[in-house]
Write a protein that binds this ligand. Structure first.
Ligand code: PEP
Ligand code: MG
Length: 837
């Protein structure tokens, strides 16, 4: 038959386009170009399908012409632009009628012909004539006659015998199904636009039933979970797939002890299939699952789809293809979704495992872990000492819980958003974490927690799936991390492509080692305050806070100095010459004080002070809005001895580490929460003075770099004058988001779900950088800083530094590096490369 605008025969030279005819039509054309035995196929373009959905009809003679003398039946398959957008169910055996049924009874046997005809009549009656499905459940002898009779009875006309009419109705039904609200929602969830087009493919049926070796099957060449080369699939004898022939004989493909295989019974056909697989992989540049039919010794390839695979399999396949020179290394880098790498870094819930979800929250840190419920840091530490995995459940966490978070295998909080304390710390530790699980109710007094209607006690086991944000009852099968050769190779290729550097936010030697493991190019943010919560340091810190005079304060700080020096020296040594940015003390002092009566009493005892004095001091330090209060550089200006001590510890550590490693070390010191240039001048003068003194005492010269965290809106606007004094600026987009929106990062989790759900915000701005608002401030800051100081190094070190979309924005903004939690470094390296390519 001749092509028409509505129907194009798929040949090697036909003008088949993915955006017009869909991926399946395009894929079939590629298979045909490879000279694979594909049955005659026609593509119906999306414009025609849309027309059919709104009432237009392809002329019947054109449709009738698709049925030839030797091939009287066809299948119709959906062909959307992307395979994952799905489509209406494939319809097989269109065109069957009483005549073909009689002819087929002779060629393939009465039972087979009956089964095929019955299957078509039933699906036509239900899906096209929209008759009650309960009426069309017949099976066995007599079922076909009964189904035809019922159809006639219900429709007041016999079952359509004209193949053209049948096909027209099937096309109409599939076109309309694509427009239905459910299909629309399903595909939109997969990223399809609301008006995504649908093409259709009409293909001659390859007979899978009949004399000799007949049947259908699928073959694929990788293991879908690991990505390792392995042939898997099935061949079903005398079967067209799921639709006809119930009790079919099933064969393995490759020789197998458990039963017969296609390789045993038909080695040449098996060899042909393997050869087709090799050709498809090389030319389609993808691991495909091939659907085939064997008819009396002849193979037909009826379809091929990309093998559905796990994240780790996808990495392995991309790397293998690039190593085989089928794709370039840059293409391999582009083929892996950065976020999917997180699945390889942590334990994951086995996708096949049963899940009993008892609560949902924000997926704040990926990975999965099972443990016994505990409610306090002390209990978490006790469980860890007994070698028992535990999950710390808190309303929200505070710095005092860090030790508990260390001891637990996962963290669950009732409150908080993506940059709340629990979320930031858990990501840093690489532990699964769910925050803002509003459906849970903690009863600390009775040591139990309600998950909706289920009540669990301390010690009961749950699983936290931080990847999905779901809390599961009991123990669930987990898959281990996969930091294998493919993973490392892919990221090395990514680094070669990338022109934006990735550093890590690391506060402890452990973090720094993790940063090295993941090949971060330095530390972009060391939050020094985390070093003070250690049980050995807290008393000295509290003594410092309670000191009445600068001299007393200095004495207390002198006890802390050697500890800080040791911290920094370890970081410098572990990072082995890579840059290390140390941020001076940031949080409000009251975070280091106890908040309950018991704690205050203990503190009074240890400081040998009257309870009333301690209570008064704790009260005096408390603030209505601590996040906007006495913290960051404000503390540096009002209690300058703290920064003096830290600067000294940094310089002495750098001298020490340089002497040990033989490499010069240029520490980078960063001032937090700046909003006025004068703050920088004051702090800079003091740090310069400390540097001069250290040089003098140690009789060693050294350099250091000074920078500022740009995390208040005013600092972005005044970035020009601030930059003049400095070597670098780092945008702290957590605080910057908080202050730009006027939105507390610790409380936003409570209503973020509703806000995003109603489209007030398109995303949680603490998770994905708000390009329109916060992004504009970042761009302004970048431009003004570069204007006055073209040499200045610019970076982003908020949580957004590990988010792929935000990294693309940072790259476009011309930022030199991003810095994120060590466990997000691999994701960031891949995203940075993809932003560059
Ligand atoms: C920030 O505000 O973006 C930042 C990195 O600092 P912190 O999260 O410690 O406030
Ligand atoms: Mg900050």
């Amino acid at each position: 038959m001749r092509d028409s605008p509505d129907l194009t025969e798929i040949t090697p030279s036909a003008g088949i386009e993915r955006h017009h005819h869909g991926w399946r039509a395009k894929c079939l054309q590629r298979l045909i170009r490879l000279e694979l035995p594909v049955p005659r196929s026609f593509a119906i373009p999306a414009s025609t399908v849309a027309g059919i959905a709104s009432g237009r009809r392809i002329p019947l003679p054109e449709l009738r012409a698709l049925f030839s003398q030797d091939n009287r039946l066809v299948s119709v398959r959906p062909s959307a632009v992307m395979p994952e957008w799905g489509g209406p169910r494939t319809v097989l055996n269109v065109g069957i009628n009483d005549d073909t049924h009689t002819a087929m009874s002779k060629s393939i046997g009465g039972a087979n012909a009956d089964a095929i005809y019955l299957d078509f009549v039933q699906s036509y009656a239900i899906n096209i004539a929209r008759l009650d499905p309960d009426m069309f459940t017949q099976d066995g002898p007599g079922a076909l006659a009964q189904a035809l009779h019922l159809y006639h009875d219900q429709m007041d006309e016999p079952f359509p015998q004209d193949p053209g009419t049948q096909l027209a109705e099937v096309l109409r039904s599939m076109s309309r199904a694509w427009d239905g609200p459910t299909a629309r929602l399903l595909r939109q969830a997969k990223g399809a636009p609301a008006d995504a087009p649908l093409g259709l493919v009409v293909q001659d049926m390859a007979p899978a039933l009949g004399p000799g070796l007949c049947g259908s099957g699928t073959i694929q060449f990788i293991d879908p979970v690991s990505g390792a080369p392995r042939i898997t699939g099935r061949f079903r004898r005398q079967s067209q797939g799921a639709t006809a022939g119930q009790d079919v004989e099933t064969f393995y493909l490759v020789k197998d002890d458990r039963g017969s295989s296609l390789e045993d019974v038909a080695p040449e056909l098996f060899g042909d299939l393997v050869a087709y697989g090799t050709a498809t992989r090389a030319r389609l540049r993808e691991e495909m699952q091939i659907e085939f039919v064997i008819n009396n010794g002849n193979i037909s390839i009826i379809d091929a789809t990309r093998v559905q695979r796990s994240s780790r399999a996808n990495v392995r396949v991309a790397v293998a293809m690039a190593r085989n020179k089928i794709i370039t290394t840059a293409e391999a880098v582009m083929r892996v979704e950065p976020r999917a790498l997180a699945d390889l870094l942590h334990h994951q819930v086995d996708p096949g495992a049963p899940r009993h979800v008892i609560a949902r929250g924000i997926n704040a840190s990926p990975g999965a872990a099972t443990g016994k419920i505990v409610f306090t840091t002390t209990d978490a530490q006790a469980a860890a000492a007994r070698d028992e995995a535990c999950i710390l459940i808190r309303r929200e966490t505070s710095p005092e819980d860090i030790r508990g978070m260390h001891a637990a295998v996962a963290v669950l909080t009732e409150r908080g958003g993506t940059s709340s304390h629990a979320a930031v710390i858990a990501r840093g530790l690489g532990k699964p974490c769910i925050v803002g699980a509003t459906g849970i109710n903690i009863d600390l007094r009775h040591r139990r927690v309600k998950f909706g209607s289920e009540v669990l006690e301390e010690g009961d086991e749950i699983t936290v799936d931080g990847t999905s944000g779901e809390v599961l009852a009991g123990r669930v099968t987990l898959l281990g991390p996969a930091l294998d050769d493919s993973f490392n190779q892919l990221l090395d290729w990514a680094d070669q492509e990338s022109d934006i550097v990735v550093r890590a936010n690391a506060d402890t030697p452990e973090d720094a080692r993790m940063a090295q493991t993941f090949k971060a190019q330095g530390i972009g943010l060391c939050r020094t305050e985390h070093m003070f919560f250690d049980a050995n340091r807290l008393p000295a810190m509290r003594e410092m806070i309670f000191a009445d005079t600068p001299d007393d304060r200095r004495l207390a700080l002198e006890r802390i100095l050697p500890m800080q020096r040791q911290d920094f020296r370890e970081l410098f040594e572990i990072m082995a010459g890579l840059p290390v940015t140390i941020r001076l003390f940031d949080p409000p002092l009251h975070e280091f004080l106890p908040h309950d009566r018991e704690g205050i009493r203990e503190l009074a005892e240890s400081l040998d002070l009257p309870l009333s004095d301690v209570t008064r001091r704790v009260d005096a330090l408390s603030e209505f809005n601590p996040m906007l209060g006495m913290r960051g550089v404000r503390l540096g200006i009002t209690v300058p001895e703290i920064y003096d001590m830290q600067a000294r510890a940094i310089f002495e550590a750098a001298i020490d580490a340089a002497a040990r490693t033989g490499q010069p070390i240029v520490p980078e010191i960063m001032i937090p929460l700046v909003s006025a240039v004068r703050e920088v001048e004051i702090v800079k003068n003091r740090i310069d003075a400390v540097a001069a003194e250290v040089r003098n005492v140690h009789r060693i010269d050294f350099d250091y770099r000074l920078g500022v965290m740009v995390e208040t809106p005013r600092a972005t606007l005044r970035a020009g004058e601030i930059a003049e004094h400095l070597s670098f600026l780092s945008f702290g987009t957590n605080d910057l988001t908080q202050m730009t929106y006027g939105l507390s990062r610790d409380d936003a989790g409570r209503f973020m779900g509703i806000y995003v759900g109603q489209g007030v915000y398109s995303e949680d701005p603490f998770h994905i950088l708000d390009q329109d608002g916060v992004g504009e401030l970042v761009l302004t800051g970048v431009q003004r800083a570069r204007q006055t100081n073209p040499q200045i190094i610019l970076s982003v070190c908020g949580e957004h530094g590990g988010n792929p979309e935000s990294i693309a924005f940072c790259h476009a903004a011309g930022v030199d590096y991003v810095s994120c939690s060590p466990f997000r470094v691999p994701v960031a390296r891949l995203a940075a490369a993809q932003a560059t390519i």
